[in-house]
Design a protein around this ligand. Structure first.
Ligand SMILES: Cc1cc2nc3c(=O)[nH]c(=O)nc-3n(C[C@H](O)[C@H](O)[C@H](O)COP(=O)(O)OP(=O)(O)OC[C@H]3O[C@@H](n4cnc5c(N)ncnc54)[C@H](O)[C@@H]3O)c2cc1C
Length: 493
């Protein structure tokens, strides 16, 4: 019970569904016929080839469904573009006609940032692939799991920095930061971007890298999710991976958290860069547990030879060697993927270990709450490779002194799309618990942009920290008419 996906499934099993409150995304229209615009006005090939989905299309419900069922948005058009020229034509048409556009890749934004009531440009068909010596040049529409397999097929024992969920889009993941099981050795996703091609706010195709459009490149790496244009392809680093990796899992009762948590924080300070570990303190319905899981890039014997804490006797515990691709399936919670239950999350960064007061706060929450609420406090181990990049080297700011990224997942419902009686209540609870944890100390007060959180009023400074002012200037420079505007789009200078 420890991958993100598994945590969410567990939460869903505790949930009670209800209906009837306001739609959080502001779409009050329910009559699909009334949403139908004039598709004949839309750029030609999309319609001719059946890739323009409108509310009366048979595929409409599937096409507007994203990972979090809390997100219930009814776009007028969902345009499945097949290449960058079609993206550019759609953008120019949208601009000329005063329409609104968001871009969707994997559709895993926690707050549905890739959706809007008007035009959604879906880039999931953009899946070109060319492998070079140290990098691959790929279409921006790849989902992580299929890309990992494609890369491994093209060159065995080769991987790239990706997260734990196979259906997350590599573009959304890497533009907003991107932490995964290679990150303590090879950095965040954003550190692995070498060059980007995008359709900008004017509908022009431009390249951004450390030679061309440097300031745009700086801004895209950490602030690029939806803010400056539609990224259509990227050059991304690839890395040798061993044929066998070792996954591990140790689970303890919640009562043991005050013993296990300091051990974990001590360990991650100097842990071998081949290890990534996640600590999860989770539960619901009055009970909880603490689990240490992760992956080592090598055999079990080699892992045993590294410095590791003496965890004591866990309730459940094992080490298992797997192939690199099997480990990806394992952390995904299985080879295939399924829909999740509804959730929200709050994140922060720990600069010093979670202290006893923090552990007590978490234990109190887990012991006090009952159905339908379920919680997981997940701690991702950062390391020297991530910290070595200066905080202003690119827009992604969370580097110096950071031990780990924490996210508090809160889940309370099932898989039905649409409003739920607990949605509003969940925001109040998330704020209160997040504030209590912050008050217990040792956190930065910042937030990971990829764990979008609509309950935070201070989101611009929390996501972008000291890089906010420069990013706002970049927004003004590269999107002067604020064409890309959504709930948490960058505030222009
Ligand atoms: C189950 C689950 C597991 C996760 N695991 C991890 C993890 O292990 N590590 C981690 O770091 N994060 C993880 N995340 C967070 C994830 O990285 C973010 O939610 C990410 O934004 C999702 O990207 P997407 O393309 O799938 O989503 P989308 O909703 O399609 O896009 C997210 C944002 O990026 C923008 N965007 C997408 N593609 C482009 C593009 N081509 N050009 C410009 N803007 C674009 C969208 O407009 C939107 O603002 C996880 C999320 C979920 C739901």
């Amino acid at each position: 019970m420890h991958s993100r996906r598994q945590v969410l499934r567990y939460a869903g099993s505790l949930a009670v569904l209800a209906t009837g409150c306001a739609n959080p995304n502001g779409s009050e229209r329910t009559d699909l016929e009334s949403l139908v615009d004039d598709p004949s006005a839309f750029p030609g090939t999309l319609r001719a080839e059946g890739r323009l989905i409108v509310p009366t299309s048979a595929e409409y419900t599937a096409a507007r469904t994203v990972i979090n069922p809390r997100i219930d948005v009814k776009p007028t058009y969902i345009a499945y573009c097949k290449d960058e020229r079609e993206v550019a034509a759609t953008m120019k048409w949208a601009r000329a006609n005063g329409r609104r556009v968001t871009v969707r890749s994997g559709g895993h934004s926690y707050e549905g940032a890739s959706m809007n009531n008007d035009i959604v440009i879906d880039i999931s068909n953009l899946k070109s692939f060319a492998l070079g010596t140290d990098t691959m040049v790929i279409g921006a529409g790849w989902k992580q799991g299929e890309l990992a397999r494609r890369l491994f097929d093209a060159r065995p024992n080769t991987g790239a920095v990706m997260g734990s969920c196979k259906t997350v889009g590599l573009s959304g993941f890497s533009l907003g930061g991107g932490f995964g099981f290679l990150s303590r050795k090879h950095g965040l996703g954003v550190d692995n971007i070498v060059s980007l091609t995008l359709v900008n706010a004017a509908g022009e195709i431009v390249v951004a890298n450390d030679r061309e459009n440097k300031e745009l490149f700086w801004a895209l790496r950490g602030g690029g999710a939806g803010n400056f244009g539609v990224v259509t392809s990227m050059e991304y680093r690839v890395h040798a991976v061993p044929p066998v990796v070792t996954t591990f899992y140790h689970k303890f009762t919640l009562d043991e958290a005050s013993r296990i948590v300091p051990l974990w924080f001590q360990w991650i300070k100097d842990m071998a860069p081949e290890i990534v570990s996640i600590m999860s303190i989770s539960g619901g319905g009055g009970s909880g547990s603490v689990a240490i899981s992760g992956q080592f890039l090598g055999t079990a014997d080699a892992l045993m030879a590294t410095a590791r804490p003496d965890w004591g006797v866990p309730m459940e515990g094992w080490l298992r060697e797997r192939s690199y691709l099997d480990a990806i399936d394992y952390f995904n919670g299985g080879a295939s993927s399924s829909k999740e239950s509804r959730w929200r999350a709050r994140s922060d960064y720990y600069l010093k270990p979670l202290n006893n007061e923090g552990v007590d706060t978490i234990a109190k929450v887990l012991r006090a709450v009952g159905n339908p609420w379920a919680f997981a406090f997940l701690f991702d181990s950062y390391g020297p490779v991530i910290r070595a990049v200066p905080s202003d080297a690119m827009a992604f700011a969370h580097r110096k002194d950071i031990l780990c990224c924490m996210q508090l997942y809160m889940s309370w419902g099932g898989t039905a799309m649409g409003p739920n009686a607990q949605d509003g209540n969940s925001a109040i609870r998330l704020r209160a618990i997040g504030d209590a944890l912050k008050a217990s100390g040792n956190v930065s007060g910042r937030a990971y942009p990829n764990y979008a959180d609509s309950t935070r009023d201070d989101w611009p400074s929390a996501y972008y920290a000291d890089n906010l002012a420069r990013l706002s200037r970049a927004k003004q420079q590269f999107d002067p008419t604020h064409f890309f505007t959504f709930a948490q789009s960058l505030p222009p200078a």
